[in-house]
Write a protein that binds this ligand. Sequence first.
Ligand code: NAD
Length: 266
Amino acid sequence: MSIPNTRAKEEPARTAVVTGGTSGIGLSIVERLATLGYRIYFCARSADAVRDVQERFRKEGVSIEGTTVDVSNSSEVDSWITSISERETIIDAVINNAGTNGGGELGNISDQDWNRILSTNLNSVFFVTRALSRADLIPDFGRIVNIASTAGKQGIAYATPYSASKHAVIGFTKSLAKELAPRGVTVNAVCPGYVETPMAQRVREGYAEHYKKTEAEILDTFSAKIPLGRYSTPEEVAGLVLYLLTRDAASITGQALNVCGGLGNY
Ligand code: NAD
C-alpha cells in the first residue's frame, strides 16, 4: 500500500535549511544531510566557523552554503532567507537548531540576558519559519524540525529563561503542526536531554561555579540522573531528526520526541 501523505514523486536532490550548523548537534545534522546528498543552507553566529564548515564540506563535494546570521534578529533572518529564495523554489527540510544556554538565580537575571535567551531560542524559530513561509519555500509534505529540549517539558533549577524558551518552542511546534497539517507538512520538536557538545561544556562550567564544585563532579551528578548513565551524542540526536525527514515519518506531526537516555519520562 502506498503512503498517502508524502510527495507523489521523490526528488533526487533535496534541500535543507539548518540554523546553528557549525557546532554540536547542528553540525551532526549537517553531516548527515551531506551524506544523503541534500543541498544545504546553514547559518551560525561566528563567521570563522561558518567559513571553516563550508570549506570542509565543499572539499568533500557537498553542495553547501553557509551564512553568518544572528537568528535572534528578524532582519538578518529575512535577508538570509531572501538570498536562499533567489536560488531555490522549495526547502524540503527546515531544522531550527540554533540555541543558547543561560540563566542563573532569578534575581540575578538581567533583562538583557532574558531577552537574549528568549530571542535566540524562541523568536529565531518564529523568524526563520515565518520567512520561509512568506517566501513560499515550504512545499506541501515538507518537514520542519525544531530542536527544543527535555527542559521544554520539565523545569530546570537556575535555567528559567532557557526552560521557558524551550516550553514555548514546543507550543509553537504543536500549533504550527495543526496549521500546516492540511498540506501534509509535518512539524515536530526533538528534545535532547544532556548531549555532549560545546554548549554542554558551558552548562557544566556554569553549574560548577554556582555549586562551588569541579566540572568533573557536575558531570558525575548529571550522568547519575540519566537512566542510561551517560550523555547522548550529537549523532544520536541527528539520527532522530533525519528519521523525521523520511517517508516513514510522514504521519508523525505535532510531537515533541526525546533523545535523552531515559531522563525525561514523557
Ligand atoms: P552548540 O553551542 O554546540 O551550538 C550552537 C549553534 O547555534 C552554533 O552553531 C552557534 O553558532 C549557533 N547559534 C547560537 N546562537 C546563535 C544566533 N544568535 N544566531 C545564529 N546562530 C546561533 O549547542 P548544541 O549543544 O549543539 O545545541 C543545539 C541545540 O540543541 C540548541 O537549540 C540547544 O538548546 C539544544 N539542546 C542542547 C542540549 C545539550 O545538552 N547540548 C540539550 C538540549 C537541547
